[in-house]
Design a protein around this ligand. Structure first.
Ligand code: THU
Length: 133
């Protein structure tokens, strides 16, 4: 996907962040993505009293992707409470890798990069296929 409007995507992530439920960490996160088909999807983190079992914003975003009929994520960004761009946590980089399009782009605090820029030598579905074939 060329010419991604990361300003628009960041604003969508900020709006999603306002829906976060983060009473334990007090670290609300909002995420936004464009699917390869051009659909805008968002997510926010949702915590609970069992601290280790919280849902990252990327989790709810991928749930939205699936609810919209599935597909691939072509562009992504996420923000903190101040609306600043943050890096997805390690587990969420793996989750994004699972659904990323071949031309995936992500806006990070250091600028726009691709999947290899945030998750080098990613372990992914292709590795499982190599084992099973
Ligand atoms: N969090 C996210 O939602 N996404 C990330 O990529 C980083 C971390 C959430 C998890 C937890 O609710 C809070 O931020 C503090 O770690």
């Amino acid at each position: 996907m060329s010419d991604v409007d990361f300003g628009m995507l960041t604003e969508a992530a900020r709006q999603a962040m306002r829906h976060a439920y983060a009473p334990y960490s007090r670290f609300p996160v909002g995420a936004a993505a464009l699917t390869a088909q051009g659909l805008l999807i968002t997510g926010c983190n949702v915590e609970n009293a069992s601290y280790g079992l919280g849902q990252c914003a990327e989790n709810t975003l991928v749930g939205q992707l699936q609810l919209a009929g599935g597909g691939e994520i072509a562009a992504f960004t996420c923000v903190n409470a101040a609306g600043e761009t943050i890096m997805p946590c390690g587990r969420c980089r793996q989750l994004l890798n699972e659904f990323a399009s071949a031309d995936f782009q992500i806006l990070t605090p250091e600028g726009v990069t691709d999947m290899a820029g945030i998750l080098p030598q990613a372990f992914g579905p292709q590795d499982l296929e190599e084992v099973s074939s």
